[in-house]
Design a binder for this molecule. Structure first.
Ligand code: GDP
Length: 482
């Protein structure tokens, strides 16, 4: 086995190799011991600092309702990664990345695309709108970013035009109970996958049978949409042939990405799994039914990439210093006052993909602790600390109250979650610009106290603090989280 580029095979890789030689499966349960803020080292070598813990296989997940600033953290770590994998969702997600190449909004292509020696992988757990992917690739190429290293799993399902029509028709039929989807056909594409009538990327390898299958499914879908929803399907066939052509143009990107990832893991290379949306939007563990139609939780990274859970070394949760959510659904700490407006304005809380205004509120620690539990977070990255610069006092939610009963943790049933009142604790603001801070010691005492409060409450070690959108506006907490 060859060591990874530029360094020896890491301890985690060795542990995995040794584990493969044993016949029993050992699950390591590590208590979370680093609850206070550990020492940090000063360095602008952010990536190098983050790699000191030697964690070749890492999952990055949003620890809230999405839009936590995952793009920036993934972009930072992708700089060192050999393989970056998107494992769920579709072009309803959106990362905004600012790097030396400019500002980019990525929807399907993994952030690793900016590094010419990184393989950027769209895993089997993603649903692919072929027109959106083709256009995203074109835009990147036009701006000088090569997509030579992009690979798309043959197991990824295609979003077809009838999925978009279905999405709109379902939402319209729900009236006041609508989910608030982005109407990009993501949910219906996943529904077809489960119903086993989906079309996978690998089908483009045989053009004739691909076109034949699309034709058959289109006929059935068109009939259903017309009869049940009275939907306008006059342009559906034309749209389908546009999608078919786009899918066919992607054929040279299609490969067995599970094998690709496995080979990278076997060689001790650095593999980064990039989650879209957030844990509270998880189909199984989020605030159902106001959730996304896939599983952003860390466990699904393995399913959506085709790799076993025993190969994962670290799970990093990304969490804003406050909370936002788009669309419908419960949001216990939502603010409908000047403080909420200020968070939206200063934090520029408008959707990357839809431009929708995001709902804003204080940091919900009950939800964060829940995210730590269901995704087994081993480290926390707190972003957008600078957005809180101008508050005299900052509130955090430490429990939920429902009909006189106090829940320190997430209530087990959604009916309760919909009615909760947040139990808020007040912390001192710092009223100082923290965007120039590069080490924890640069932060005002109040900001350090805020971070300590959050990580102690969530019972997860702090790994990184982001104080602005630029790469260098990052504080790395060098104590390894494992
Ligand atoms: P994602 O989907 O989780 O990547 O979230 P978004 O695409 O909505 O990214 C959040 C936005 O915040 C992007 O425009 C980032 O450039 C920006 N951003 C990320 N980190 C910070 C930060 O620490 N401070 C500020 N002010 N902006 C940030």
């Amino acid at each position: 086995m060859s060591p990874p580029r530029g360094r020896c095979a890491g301890t985690a890789a060795r542990r995995r190799i040794a584990a493969r030689c044993r016949s029993t499966v050992i699950v390591l349960l590590r208590p979370c011991s680093t609850l206070c803020l550990p020492d940090i080292r000063t360095s602008r070598q952010i990536c190098a600092q983050l790699e000191e813990g030697d964690v070749p296989v890492r999952i990055i997940v949003g620890a809230q309702w999405g839009d936590e600033g995952k793009g920036k953290v993934v972009d930072l770590l992708a700089d060192q990664a050999d393989v970056v994998v998107r494992y769920q969702g579709g072009n309803n997600a959106g990362h905004t990345i600012e790097n030396e190449h400019g500002k980019f909004a990525l929807h399907l292509v993994p952030s690793g695309i900016f590094n010419p020696r990184t393989q950027a992988v769209i895993g089997n757990g993603v649903v692919v709108n072929p027109v959106a992917l083709r256009d995203e690739i074109r835009t990147l190429e036009e701006r000088g970013i090569s997509t030579r290293n992009l690979k798309v799993s043959g197991g990824a399902h295609l979003i077809m035009p009838y999925h978009l029509v279905e999405d709109g028709a379902y939402e319209a039929s729900l009236g006041k109970s609508k989910i608030g989807t982005t109407r990009r056909g993501i949910g219906p594409a996943y529904a077809d996958k489960a119903a086993r009538i989906g079309i996978r990327m690998q089908e483009v390898l045989d053009r004739a049978s691909f076109r034949e299958r699309v034709k058959g499914i289109l006929e059935a879908k068109a009939r259903h949409l017309r009869l049940v929803y009275g939907a306008d399907i006059s342009t559906l066939a034309e749209e389908c042939s546009r999608f078919v052509q786009a899918a066919e143009s992607l054929v040279h990107y299609v490969t067995d990405t599970s094998a690709l990832v496995w080979n990278a893991v076997k060689q001790g290379k650095q593999v980064l799994f990039e989650g879209a949306q957030g844990i509270l939007l998880d189909l199984d563990h989020g605030t159902y039914p106001f959730v996304t139609s896939s599983n952003p939780s860390a466990g699904f990274a393995c399913v959506g990439a085709g790799i076993g859970p025993t190969y994962v070394d670290e799970v990093l949760g990304i969490c804003k210093a406050y909370t936002t959510r788009v669309g419908e659904g419960p949001f216990p700490t939502e603010l409908h006052d000047a403080a909420g407006d200020k968070l939206r304005e200063v934090g520029r809380e408008f959707g990357t993909t839809t431009g929708r205004e995001r709902r804003c509120g204080w940091l919900d620690l009950v939800a964060l602790r829940y995210a730590v539990r269901v995704s087994g977070l081993t480290g926390l990255c707190i972003t957008k600390l600078d957005v809180l610069n101008e508050f005299d006092e900052i509130k955090v939610c430490c429990a939920y109250r429902v009909e006189g009963r106090v829940y320190p943790d997430m209530p087990p049933y959604q009916a309760a979650v919909r009615q909760v009142q947040p139990v808020l604790e007040s912390l001192a603001g710092w009223r100082t610009d923290v965007s120039g801070a590069r080490v924890l010691g640069d932060l005002p005492e109040e900001a350090q106290a805020y971070l300590a409060f959050v990580t102690n409450f969530a019972e997860v070690p702090l790994r990184l603090v982001s104080v602005g959108p630029a790469r260098e506006q990052t504080i790395v907490v060098s104590e390894p989280s494992r």
